[in-house]
Design a protein around this ligand. Structure first.
Ligand code: PGA
Length: 247
């Protein structure tokens, strides 16, 4: 049985003061008994957020990492730097990074390899189609290509440590959620793609989240789908309604 996992993605929001205020309230009410819960926060907030959450079961993650060990990459953050902060998760290949920062399937793959080979951090690998790709019915091919490329040169043992997040771009931050049926279909398809690469055993272990305008109103319906193992939550993770999504 795959344990469900809800991860808040704060994106470029919050400050230390706001984060502390918010988390003191949230940590008391969040239910971590039946599911894993984490917040992936801006790099500069990781220390403060870990401090507030140290006496809770809520974990902390980052939103990106570079694929090289170190070097002349102004403005980037290395895996060693993240390891010092003792985080649990790292989002890679988020569609906003693909769209605004030129992240490619190939760099997502290199980042996954770096994380898996050199740390115990769990990569949350994001995939998802654009609106026109759904409209012209190429979404399955697009997502399959993203998944296959992301997992190139990754062993089955490493793959089973990963989390995949299906995030249709048209649903992110738009208030338009995929229906639970649409989300379930694609998460199921992603599991089939994983099974075709690694076999059923890995596909049964690997968790597939849905992300895109998930909120307290649609969470339980999405989480009840057999192939949706959790949610990656943007906007709603900045509000107290996040608590309701875990209850
Ligand atoms: P959203 O973002 O919940 O605000 O749509 C989801 C995400 O980008 O991970």
């Amino acid at each position: 049985m795959r344990r469900k996992i809800i991860v808040g993605n704060w994106k470029m929001n919050m400050t230390k003061i706001l984060a502390k205020e918010f988390l003191y309230v949230v940590k008391e009410k969040t239910n971590t008994e039946s599911m894993d819960v984490a917040f992936c926060v801006p790099f500069t907030l990781i220390g403060a957020v870990k401090e507030v959450l140290k006496d809770s079961n809520i974990k902390v993650g980052a939103q990106n990492v570079h694929f090289e060990k170190s070097g002349a990459y102004t403005g980037e953050i290395s895996l060693d730097m993240l390891k010092e902060l003792d985080i649990e998760y790292c989002i890679i290949g988020h569609s906003e990074r693909r769209q605004y920062f030129n992240e490619l399937d190939s760099t997502v793959n290199l980042k996954a390899i770096n994380i898996l080979n050199n740390s115990n951090i769990i990569p949350i690998i994001c995939v998802g189609e654009k609106l026109e790709q759904r409209q012209n019915n190429t979404m399955y091919d697009i997502v399959k290509g993203q998944v296959e490329k992301a997992f190139e040169n990754i062993s089955s043992e490493m793959a089973s440590r990963c989390i995949l997040a299906y995030e249709p771009i048209w649903a992110i931050g738009t208030g338009v959620t995929a229906t639970s049926g649409e989300a379930e279909d694609m998460c199921k398809y992603i599991r089939q793609v994983i099974a075709s690469i690694y076999g059923k055993e890995v596909a049964d272990i690997l968790r597939v989240q849905y992300g895109g305008s998930a909120n307290s109103k649609n969470a339980s319906e999405l989480l009840n789908m057999p192939n949706i193992d959790g949610l990656l939550v943007g906007g709603a993770s900045l509000k107290e309604e996040f608590v309701d999504m875990t209850n």
